[in-house]
Design a protein around this ligand. Structure first.
Ligand code: BG6
Ligand code: MG
Length: 210
């Protein structure tokens, strides 16, 4: 029986893909590293540091840990500037309606995001008080495809993982949901995943599972 829905944030509740892309591109251009939208796709759901390592596959020099820290900060500072422009208008279609219906049906709702900016984003789009639980990049050592962020969310909700649905736009997130023994709903890019239990074009289709 479904008792909770855990939503990924970036790409499910709000579209920050392009902002991540612009911020990484800013850093990559400064370092003269090739970076394009195809590589950006590989960063979905993946932590900041792991994303940087993927981008540095194209670098011609080796970076020390401290240099990597600096590059990640350059990206994040730029990204945080861009986040300041986010508003409730940036919430993806049907999301507000779906959240409201789930709450009315007594289903718990949570965020399970790899991002350390999750609360900042939720504040900007004015959804911070909507969720029963927020588990984010600050809570975990291992980001998706590790199941950690979803297991933490379920534990805080007091709900058995088997009774949770995860909604994800990232292939890594679908794998994380299955490793957490949850029902995995894929939207957007995650529909490529062979592991998804359901693939939906629109997020409101998930209401058919409740
Ligand atoms: C995920 C995004 O939600 O958060 C990734 O899909 C991103 O692209 C990751 O790298 C970490 O985000 P942040 O905000 O902590 O740099
Ligand atoms: Mg995502």
């Amino acid at each position: 029986m479904i008792k909770a829905v855990i939503f990924d944030l970036d790409g499910v509740i709000v579209s920050t893909d392009d902002l991540h892309y612009k911020a990484w591109k800013h850093m990559a251009d400064l370092e003269k590293i090739d970076f394009d939208k195809k590589i950006n796709h590989r960063l979905r759901g993946v932590s900041r540091r792991e994303s940087l390592n993927i981008i540095l596959e194209k670098a011609t020099k080796k970076y020390s840990d401290q240099e990597k820290e600096e590059l990640a900060s350059i990206k994040n500072n730029y990204y945080v500037e861009l986040l300041n422009k986010l508003s409730p208008k940036d919430i993806l279609p049907n999301v507000n309606e779906v959240l409201r219906i789930l709450k009315d049906k007594g289903i718990k709702i949570a965020i399970g995001s790899s991002s350390k900016n999750a609360k900042n984003i939720l504040n900007h789009i004015k959804l911070i008080d909507m969720f029963d639980v927020i588990a984010d990049g600050h809570d975990i050592k291992h980001s998706k495809p590790a199941p950690d962020v979803f297991l933490i969310a379920a534990k805080r909700l007091g709900v058995d993982p088997k009774d949770c649905i995860v909604v994800e736009d990232a292939v890594a997130g679908i794998e994380a949901a299955k490793r957490a023994d949850m029902i995995a709903v894929a939207v957007s890019d995650a529909k490529k995943s062979d592991l998804a239990d359901y693939k939906f074009d629109h997020i409101n289709a998930l209401l058919s599972l409740i």
